[in-house]
Design a protein around this ligand. Structure first.
Ligand code: HEC
Length: 160
């Protein structure tokens, strides 16, 4: 009879550790928080790329834009994770322009996000190499990647 309480204690401890592990592994965002996070970070991406464009237009060398280009590239890799199922139009209280096609054509959406991430990655390399002419072409490619995804997966703003 000596072994039993110890066994029970060990089992109880194992359960506690497992429960803590489960709770700790997934703090979780609500659907509304996912939508708010992606909209805010997409707004900041627009600000970032706008800043890069005006710096280059103003005659700055590519290497001065390595930091904002890196920030854009980091975010580009995060972007698809902020579109989990259940965060589309009519599925939450938050307004969103994300079209249902993101989830019915997930492979296409992930490809658009990967193309965008690749374009921002090239931009970082061009900045580090201080290839200003290449960087300008790279910027146009990044903008094209934004537009391509929006055409397919984002509701166009209604004309006023
Ligand atoms: C892989 C697809 C994809 C790429 C790439 C992408 N976007 Fe978007 N973007 C979306 C979707 C979908 C929405 C709608 C999000 C929502 O309303 O929940 C959006 C929304 C936005 C918004 C509005 C955010 C708001 O406050 O509602 C801006 C601004 C924006 N994108 C800018 C950009 C810029 C700039 C780039 C490139 C540097 C870019 N996006 C790249 C899919 C993309």
């Amino acid at each position: 009879m000596y072994a039993m309480p110890r066994l029970h204690l060990a089992l109880a401890a194992a359960c506690l550790v497992a429960a803590a592990g489960v709770a700790g592994a997934r703090p979780g965002l609500s659907a509304e928080q996912f939508i708010a996070a992606r909209q805010a970070s997409l707004d900041m991406s627009a600000v970032t790329i706008g800043g890069i464009k005006s710096a280059i237009k103003g005659g700055q060398e590519a290497k001065t834009q390595a930091y904002p280009a890196t920030a854009l590239a980091k975010w580009a890799r995060v972007l698809p994770t902020l579109f989990p199922a259940g965060t589309g139009q009519g599925q939450t209280r938050a307004p969103t322009h994300a079209l249902a096609r993101i989830w019915t054509d997930r492979a296409g959406f992930d490809k658009a996000a990967a193309d965008y991430a690749a374009a921002t990655g090239r931009l970082v390399d061009l900045a580090k190499a201080n290839d200003t002419a290449g960087f300008q072409a790279g910027l146009a490619e990044v903008s094209q990647a934004c537009i391509a995804c929006h055409r397919a997966y984002k509701e166009a703003p209604r004309p006023e």
